[in-house]
Design a binder for this molecule. Structure first.
Ligand SMILES: Cc1ncc(COP(=O)(O)O)c(C=O)c1O
Length: 378
């Protein structure tokens, strides 16, 4: 099966894991610190905080910004549910905002404006599929309303601009991401005070960690806030250090594959559109396409599956999920809904070859030809 995404793991990751096991120090040690420094450096940031997931990263950022009950946070619905969940974790309300268009499935600034109230405290921008939101426009928007910008950068590691939009950015190293630590995440926050609050909240609000106490003369510590256990361990950091060395090269391979996909789809599947038709900085996390409205998506999925090609959907909108529908009924996001009905994600990862891309597009063309024939016959 040609998978939508697949991690690249090999001998260097195994060797790095073995070294951690041999060292006998399993969590929050030198490797986590080295990973934080290397990840920050790649993004031109002074420092970063490694955590257990992007979900934890988003929670810690909202918590450290003091966002809580009575506050509202603008979020897209065209995202993974974690983006909105993190807002609920701090007791605030997510306010779902429509996307700009089917071509630019990023949060619409016009719609965001319409959903702002006196309770709005922050906006979470998701760099969907790795394509960056418009930094200057959002900064102007946030400045005018005194809002914090939080980046959900789960799809966009390795780009210098990420982490420079506003208060902080949250990254994911889950197994299907551009680089992985199995589970894992990081926060880039440029303000040292905010970063310090995030770092402390990551480990129960304790003033020192186990290794710091080992290295210092006093075994004492204090707890200065209600924190969490969102720590990263040494095994994950060791994998992360290896993966990080390849991230730029892998992102470049992704870019080349996307260029090829775009050319072949335009030639062989002209009824299919590919979002982000205008050039835009991207980490090319996934390859979303939009099927023609008349095509039966399930038939296309089945056809590709029979040819050994996996597809997925990014995303079933969050406001349509039972939990959110029951809690926030009556939300209308027509552009998000239309995009979600037609979207299909096809395989994209650095181990895919050009012939594999050609095979996916050929399978897509024949799936659509079948679909259209069935439609005409009906
Ligand atoms: C846009 C987005 N935000 C947040 C997350 C949550 O990441 P994690 O699984 O690391 O908590 C994901 C993961 O798929 C994601 O795609």
């Amino acid at each position: 099966m040609l998978l939508v995404s697949a991690p690249i793991l090999g001998v260097p990751e195994k060797a790095a894991l073995s070294k951690v096991i041999d060292s006998g120090w399993l969590t929050m040690g030198d490797r986590v610190r080295a990973f934080e420094e290397a990840f920050a450096d790649m993004h031109g940031a002074e420092d970063c905080v490694a955590v257990s997931s992007c979900t934890a990263a988003l929670h810690l950022i909202l918590h450290a910004l003091g966002i809580g009950p009575g506050d509202e946070v603008l979020v897209p619905s065209m995202t993974f549910v974690a983006t909105a969940n993190a807002v609920l974790y701090v007791g605030a309300s997510p306010v779902f905002v429509d996307i700009e268009s089917a071509d630019v499935p990023l949060m619409s600034i016009v719609e965001a404006e319409a959903r702002c109230t006196s309770r709005t405290k922050a906006v979470i921008l998701v760099h969907f599929a790795g394509y960056l939101a418009d930094r200057e426009q959002w900064q102007k928007f946030a400045r005018a309303r005194g809002l914090h910008i939080i980046e959900d950068a789960a799809h966009a590691p390795g780009l210098k601009q990420v982490g420079t939009f506003g208060a902080a950015a949250a990254f994911s190293f889950y197994g299907n991401k551009n680089m992985t630590t199995a589970e894992g995440g990081a926060v880039i926050a440029r303000d040292p005070d905010l970063r310090d609050r995030i770092r402390r909240a990551r480990g129960h609000g304790m003033t020192t960690g186990t290794q710091q106490r080992l290295n210092s003369r006093t075994p004492q510590y204090d707890v200065t806030m209600l924190g969490f256990n969102y720590r990263m361990d040494e095994l994950r950091a060791a994998i992360g250090l290896v993966q990080l060395q390849n991230l730029q090269e892998w992102n470049e391979i992704r870019r080349i594959l996307v260029v090829l996909y775009r050319r072949l789809i335009a030639n062989y599947c002209p009824a299919v559109t590919v979002p982000f038709s205008e050039p835009r900085t991207s980490a090319y996390h996934i390859m979303p396409i939009l099927l023609p409205s008349l095509a039966n998506r399930q038939d296309v999925v089945d056809h590709l599956r029979n040819e050994g090609i996996q597809t997925t959907i990014h995303y079933p909108p969050v406001h349509r999920m039972t939990f959110y529908r029951e809690r926030f009924p009556g939300i209308e996001l027509p552009v998000t809904d239309e995009f979600a009905q037609r979207e299909l994600t096809i395989p994209l990862h650095p181990q895919i070859t050009s012939p594999a891309v050609e095979a996916v597009v050929a399978a897509l063309a024949s799936a659509l030809a079948n679909c259209m024939q069935a439609e005409t016959a009906a």
